[in-house]
Ligand binder design. Structure first.
Ligand code: GLY
Length: 357
């Protein structure tokens, strides 16, 4: 996989993007937006005369539009507007836009350059970095796709100022995850961040460090054969919470599901891998104080377990495999931990106890 440049460019987004275009000298440039980023973010780029003349491709927002139809509409636009394999696509949006746009660019004429400009914190810390691209298909998330990095990721934290509190916290949950799988220094920097009074300059530094955690892991294992599974911490139970919330008609944001999923997975880390109790408590309180709780009744335990068995990412030979943390504490990653149903349900009990359900 080719190397990906991540640039924090506070107040210099259009200049950096312009330099990117100049350096790569594409034959044509296109910008992909969804209807939200067209309204909220595109005007920032269009202040620059060059970008005001660039052709824009618009798709509908949200994960339920990460479809083959939307992808085909991007391919069609590129084809009808004379894109070549030496063209460049700029993906301006959250994870849905960077996933779909990354896949469109990676496959159009067997691959053209693309640049991600994430406009959500969740997108910046996760989807835009590391080369996973794709669409949902046949009711399954990210069923079709390729791993192929954008040439660059350009981030201006000022674009996150328009995020509501919940969407900001949703992105921050993935940063908490990166904190837990990194080192004590970064973890302590995470703990020091005040989510109630956001300092955007501090955020920029923290986010750069957080992305570096992912970059380091992806550089070792881009195709998720081993250590990249560390990035799934909190997601095995988190995805089950997310699906359950969706089914019950009260969907929660992805980051909230991951935050809640980290609580039982911290418990499993302590119980099976000796993750220190004090650190477990510290992380659990951070999550509890900032994310509240989602209601999980004891009658849905079996269903949650079933949802975990359907998540093919976690399952090997009928077993549910977790990424946990070990006795050395922060950053002591233990992948492929086989945990039995009884212990998983006990971990959900712990979640309910700790959040006061
Ligand atoms: N979202 C986890 C990964 O990129 O591997």
């Amino acid at each position: 996989m080719s190397e990906q440049r991540v640039v924090m460019c506070e107040g210099r987004l259009t200049d950096e993007l312009r330099n990117e275009v100049k350096d790569r000298a594409p034959e044509q440039v296109y910008i992909l937006v969804d209807s939200n980023t067209k309204k909220l973010c595109l005007p920032l780029l269009e202040k620059d005369e060059f970008f005001s003349k660039v052709k824009t491709i618009e798709i509908k927002p949200n994960d339920d539009h990460k479809t083959l139809e939307a992808l085909a509409s991007v391919w069609t636009f590129l084809s009808q507007n004379k894109a070549t394999r030496k063209s460049m696509l700029i993906n301006l949006g959250g994870g849905m836009v960077t996933d779909l746009g990354g896949f469109a660019a990676s496959t159009f004429k067997r691959g053209m350059d693309y640049v991600n400009v994430p406009t959500t914190l969740l997108g910046a810390v996760d989807a835009a970095v590391g080369g996973k691209t794709g669409i949902n298909f046949c009711g399954l998330k990210n069923e079709i796709g390729v791993i192929n990095s954008s040439q660059s990721v350009l981030i201006d934290v000022n674009t996150f100022r328009t995020l509501d509190d919940k969407n900001f916290r949703s992105g921050f949950a993935e940063m908490i995850k990166h904190g837990l799988i990194s080192d004590e220094k970064h973890w302590n920097d995470m703990l020091a961040f005040d989510l109630d009074h956001i300092d955007y300059s501090q955020l920029s530094t923290l986010l750069r460090d957080s992305i570096a955690v992912k970059e380091k892991i992806v550089a070792i294992d881009p195709y998720e054969k081993n250590i990249r599974k560390a990035l799934n911490f909190g997601h095995t139970i988190g995805h089950a919470f997310e699906s359950y919330a969706m089914e019950s008609g009260s969907p929660i944001l992805h980051g909230y599901a991951v935050a809640y999923g980290m609580i039982p997975e911290l418990y499993l880390s302590h119980k099976f891998c000796g993750f220190p109790k004090e650190l477990m408590r510290e992380a659990v309180h951070l999550i509890k104080d900032n994310y509240g709780a989602m209601n999980v009744g004891c009658k849905v335990y079996d269903h949650l377990y079933e949802l975990m068995t359907h998540d093919k990412k976690n399952v090997g030979d009928g077993r549910i495999l977790f990424t946990l943390l070990g006795e050395k504490g922060i950053g002591d990653i233990k992948i492929n931990q086989d945990v039995e149903k009884k212990a998983i349900l006990e971990a959900i009990d712990y979640y309910r106890d700790v959040v006061g359900l």
